[in-house]
Design a binder for this molecule. Structure first.
Ligand code: HEM
Length: 276
């Protein structure tokens, strides 16, 4: 077969579907995993509004509601609502069929995502400044930096879309998405840590100042951002085969670990918290 025959030869449908399998598995994990997290947020944190019992806010973290501290209470409630919205919208933005066949819908979701990310960041920062995070200074600094990065990526994504610099816009949108899902990853990584150790060494459930807690104050988003930069690097400099190999390796290592962590977080924290 010469080069032209190779290019025009009909592709084996099984081979084509197999090539798409890693991306499809990643996408399914992100959609299902983040939908469960969003469901937990809605199901738990809407309960005080229907029952009038504000102590429900403190079922998972004991400082989310303090009577008479209106600004911090309002900020965290807004933050939680935005967190649920972003966890649902984010993975939908990655679905190729929506991007290709429903572009106006994709754009509308994109604008909602960017605005929500800004609101979450400002609300989270306001909470940190007015009440302070449960884990003290390390968590204040780690989460404030996280909020600053999320806000900056949202601004860049929006600004570059307005300036019609679409290539740069896409890169910032991917960074924004990676940070948006890092909050879910934070819980998932605790879940995974719990499964592999049969407990949570380095975690202090009262102060959140165990060695693992302090490490996690930064480790849930900095490696995620580094992974995105590596992805850009591989995408631009390596052949299609190398990219496919990288995707399959990520599939074999990361997808099972993240799925396991998500299962543990849902079983250990999210579902019991909803049940009360
Ligand atoms: C981007 C998506 C985000 C989601 C989905 C999210 C979700 C949540 C949830 C559900 C809680 C309540 C705890 C729980 O039930 O697990 C929470 C608490 C919190 N979040 Fe976020 N969050 C996000 C981003 C951020 C950002 C960017 C910041 C920093 C500005 C931040 C700072 C905080 C703080 C300080 C708390 C309270 C911790 C404490 O009790 O002291 N979050 N978040």
């Amino acid at each position: 077969m010469n080069q032209e025959q190779i290019l025009t030869a009909p592709r084996n449908p099984t081979f084509v579907s197999l090539r798409k399998l890693p991306a499809a598995l990643w996408l399914s994990l992100l959609i299902v995993g983040q939908a469960v997290f969003a469901w937990y947020i809605f199901a738990l944190y809407t309960q005080p509004f229907t029952s009038g019992d504000n102590t429900i806010f403190n079922r998972v973290l004991n400082n989310l509601h303090v009577p008479d501290q209106l600004l911090a209470n309002f900020s965290i409630a807004l933050h939680l609502f935005g967190g649920a919205v972003i966890s649902i919208i984010g993975p939908l933005q990655l679905i190729p069929a929506i991007r290709e066949k429903a572009l106006p819908f994709h754009r509308m979701l994109g604008r909602t995502y960017v605005i929500t990310a800004m609101v979450i960041s400002i609300a989270g920062m306001t909470f940190i400044l007015t009440r302070g995070a449960v884990g003290g200074i390390y968590m204040d600094v780690g989460f404030a930096l996280y909020g600053f990065l999320l806000f900056s990526c949202a601004v860049q994504t929006w600004r570059l879309a307005m300036a019609k610099q679409m290539q740069a816009h896409r890169r910032w949108a991917i960074r924004l998405f990676a940070l948006g899902m890092a909050s879910w990853l934070y819980r998932v990584e605790y879940g995974f840590w719990g499964i592999i150790n049969g407990g949570l060494p380095g975690h202090d459930s009262d102060t959140f100042q165990g060695s693992f807690d302090i490490f996690m104050d930064f480790a849930f988003y900095i490696p995620t951002l580094i992974a995105v930069e590596l992805y850009f690097y591989v995408r631009e400099r390596f052949s299609d085969t190398a990219k496919q190999v990288a995707l399959i390796v990520s599939l074999v290592v990361l997808v099972p670990s993240i799925s396991l962590g998500c299962y543990a977080a849902a079983k250990g924290w999210w579902l019991p918290a909803i049940a009360g």
